[in-house]
Write a protein that binds this ligand. Structure first.
Ligand code: GLU
Length: 366
């Protein structure tokens, strides 16, 4: 009897085991694997909407992750160099933002298929229409430029210092350049004399012998001051005229150009011998351009186009076409099996129209 029962128990036990295995597998499948993704805000690829991330790259990755049943946790990086470092040092698994596929990066990382065609473009101030050119605003701009203000400051010092010396020495010579011995209005006469000496020649000269020596010395200072100021003004005007507008990458040599830190644009700008200002957030580059701290911003064309069509509308415009083509990709450490799955999913998304939907949402003007 007992020997008869054994196979029955055996089968029962096997069935229990099988059920348990199935249950664990099912449980494992319902618990998606988490992928930590480094990213960085660069509208419209990555947009920070009150703490929640969206944008073309984010929505594309979310669609991929959904198909692959992956759970994503995003980690924003301050610049692209930091982003790559996080992938390299295994702090995160992959990087999704506006990461250009380059040969240098390909040496130590692996990229997905391109997720977007991009490239470097130039952005400058102005709406790009003819109304931008106005000689009066150019003249006012020059008069109220930072350089002019510095020179004005120097001139003020050059007027105040000799005015006081001469006032002190001349205050008792009422028939000279200061007709009174009181500080006010005496000092104003002295300042008028000092300003006239600095600019050209004063009509009257002091009486007191030491004041005359000071006056002589000041006349020479005036000549040097006027010569230097003229030289500076001429140089500024010539530079403006010769360099004129920026119409292509070759015009960037020697010009002040802003871009993001560690970006492909920063490398290209150095090769072009531009004076590069590297900022962390692309917003800072836009601000520098509008504050006239730089002459141009060179960066990824989709990012610049988005700014020029939205916040920067009428205030900035893009020059020409992208002069260096680059594609964006998702970045992996070498030999991550996830890359193959991501590539296959990317193709599926292109084939079933999901890619186009996301593209249209972020890149066609609304
Ligand atoms: N496409 C640029 C790069 O990969 C983006 C730079 C950035 O994220 O600031 O270098």
């Amino acid at each position: 009897m007992v020997s008869h029962m054994l196979p029955v128990f055996g089968r029962l036990a096997a069935a229990v085991c099988l059920a348990a295995t199935l249950a664990t597998t099912a449980f494992a499948q319902s618990e998606p694997r988490e992928v930590v993704v480094a990213t960085r805000v660069l509208p419209p690829l990555v947009v920070d909407q009150k703490g929640a991330l969206s944008g073309f790259s984010i929505e594309l990755w979310n669609a991929i992750a959904e198909r692959l049943k992956l759970k994503t946790s995003y980690q924003p990086a301050p610049d692209v160099r930091a982003l790559l470092e996080e992938v390299r040092s295994e702090k995160v698994e992959i990087g999704v933002a506006a990461i250009s596929i380059t040969s240098a990066r390909e040496v130590e990382f692996e990229f997905s298929q391109p997720i977007l065609n991009a490239g470097l473009q130039i952005m400058i101030r102005g709406s790009g229409r003819d109304t931008d050119a106005n000689p009066l605003t150019d003249l006012l701009g020059l008069l109220f430029s930072k350089t002019s203000l510095v020179w004005l400051g120097i001139a003020l010092l050059l007027i105040l210092i000799p005015a006081h010396i001469v006032w002190f020495l001349e205050r008792r010579h009422n028939s000279g350049i200061i007709p009174t011995d009181k500080y006010i209005p005496g000092i104003f006469y002295a300042m008028y004399w000092s300003a006239a000496t600095l600019a050209t020649q004063a009509e009257n000269q002091p009486r007191q012998w030491f004041a005359r020596v000071v006056a002589l010395f000041w006349m020479f200072t005036g000549i040097v001051f006027v010569a230097l100021y003229t030289a500076q003004l001429t140089a500024t005007l010539t530079v403006q005229q010769i360099q004129g507008g920026i119409s292509g990458p070759d015009d960037l040599a020697g010009r002040k150009v802003a871009t993001t830190r560690g970006s492909t644009a920063a490398n290209v700008l150095r090769d072009l011998r531009a004076q590069v200002t590297e900022v962390a957030r692309i917003d800072e580059a836009y601000e520098a351009l509008q504050d006239r701290d730089v002459d141009a911003v060179v960066f990824d064309s989709p990012v610049l186009l988005y700014f020029a069509a939205n916040e920067g509308k009428g205030r900035v415009h893009l020059v020409g076409v992208p002069f260096r083509k680059e594609d964006y990709g998702i970045i992996f450490r070498p030999n991550n099996p996830l890359r193959r799955q991501v590539n296959a999913t990317l193709l599926q998304l292109r084939e079933d129209g999901t890619y186009q939907q996301i593209y249209d949402k972020w890149f066609t003007s609304r």
